[in-house]
Write a protein that binds this ligand. Structure first.
Ligand SMILES: C[S@@+](CC[C@H](N)C(=O)[O-])C[C@H]1O[C@@H](n2cnc3c(N)ncnc32)[C@H](O)[C@@H]1O
Length: 395
């Protein structure tokens, strides 16, 4: 029978069998627990981790007399099978990520944090769980889909990014375990592999996992990479789209992405700088009749404006920078390609910020309903007007 021993593993004599990638994936999540690794040789990462944590390494063959809890991850199914069988005969607790149904304990699955007692569940359910990859929208919680809201309310484990607003997080089931794995530009709090592994592990352990991402998970959100990993591991998943920043920002600034007089197409582009430059097809981007929306482009604003002008776009083409779009903190800065850098110099512009370039930006002056509404007492901003989410919460 499976036991929840997350909180008491600290007091166990833990043994990890395996020296490769699978063993490293477990070891990385053990925090400061005491451990002895049994392997003939250790992969580089595991060897470094063992040294830094002061873990013992032994090459002795497994014996039933060793330890009280075995973590089995040799990388070889036949060898894992032998080890699990030996543990079962010896009455030693065992965790084997390959076969959750044969595990008699839960491993501390926490990402980037030490386990604590609240991770323990009263269920002994080892049916694999499911991951819902959910788009949280650009910020305003009322832009969540009904399906996203339903999944948030059912979530047992919520793994979320920096861009998910507090208001959206507040809608999750109160008992849901929250794991923050957010990324800031070039500063990743949990490496992508760690996030992928956490999704696999929590789902394997039988939890309803919601992977919540700002905007839409498939638009510059690495949602595809995470699902590829789940698919490889045979984990069940679904995808619930969200309103991507471009759509939300367009609506809340009154800058339509297309308009018969200005743009017949729209392009979503990453403005992420790599080694100080962006490798984009500038001649195509500078072509007339389209709207350009740059995500992650704040740090490369000057490069973007310069390249577009150099490749033939009018220096007087309007450009908008939209900070924290759709939220009460939304701020919009409009100028021309030639003038934008100077006009925002000295301003403390905070991410997330989206850049919109093209003739449609000229409509901002006449169509920017959101800021105007909030400046009046009409109270269209969330919080002042009764929200459908409030009513749903009363049910
Ligand atoms: C890593 S991308 C994630 C995009 C997200 N998956 C989406 O569909 O909106 C992060 C970038 O999205 C843009 N962004 C996200 N939310 C935003 C918001 N509320 N206001 C302005 N820009 C936003 C910013 O350009 C930010 O740097």
């Amino acid at each position: 029978m499976a036991l929840d021993l997350i909180c008491s593993l600290r007091f166990f004599d833990l043994r990890l069998f395996g020296g490769g990638r699978e063993a490293l994936a477990i070891a990385e999540r053990l925090g400061d627990l005491r451990l002895c690794i049994h392997a003939q040789s250790l992969a580089g990462g595991l060897s470094a981790l063992a040294a830094s944590r002061g873990w013992a390494v032994e090459s002795a063959p497994p014996s039933p007399a060793l330890g009280q809890c075995w973590l089995v991850a040799s990388g070889d199914p036949a060898q894992d099978d032998e080890l699990v069988a030996l543990a079962e005969r010896a009455g030693v607790a065992v965790f084997v990520p390959r076969w959750p149904e044969r595990s008699s304990v839960r491993l501390p699955l926490e990402v980037g944090r030490a386990p604590d007692s609240s991770a323990s569940s009263s269920r002994n359910r080892f049916q694999p769980g499911r991951v819902s990859l959910v788009g949280a929208g650009p910020g305003d919680p009322e832009l969540l889909t009904l399906k996203a809201l339903a999944r948030l309310r059912e979530a047992e484990v919520l793994i979320h990014d920096r861009l998910v607003s507090d208001e959206v997080l507040a809608l999750a089931a109160p008992g849901a375990r929250r794991l923050y794995v957010g990324k800031a530009r070039s500063r990743h709090s949990v490496p992508q592999e760690g996030i992928n592994q956490a999704l696999v592990d929590w789902a394997r352990a039988g939890y309803r996992v919601v992977r919540l991402k700002g905007g839409d998970p498939f638009v510059f959100g690495r949602g595809g990479e995470e699902l590829e990993c789940l698919a490889e591991e045979g984990i069940d998943f679904e995808v619930i789209p969200g309103i991507t920043a471009a759509i939300g920002v367009s609506a809340y600034t009154g800058i339509p992405l297309t308009h018969r007089d200005h743009a017949q197409s729209v392009r979503f582009i990453t403005g992420h700088l790599s080694n100080g430059s962006i490798d984009l097809d500038w001649p195509t981007l500078a072509a007339p009749g389209q709207t350009l929306v740059f995500y992650m482009g704040l740090g490369s604003l000057e490069v973007i404006a310069r390249q577009l002008i150099e490749h033939g776009m009018g220096a007087d083409t309007p450009i908008a920078l939209v900070e924290q779009g759709t939220t009460a903190r939304q701020r919009v800065h409009v100028d021309t390609l030639a003038g934008i850098a100077a006009s925002i110099a000295g301003l403390d512009i905070a991410p997330p910020t989206l850049i919109v370039v093209g003739g449609v930006v000229s409509l901002y002056r006449s169509l920017s309903w959101f800021e105007r509404a909030s400046a009046t007492s009409l109270g269209w901003r969330h919080g002042k007007h009764p929200s459908p989410l409030d009513r749903a919460g009363e049910a």
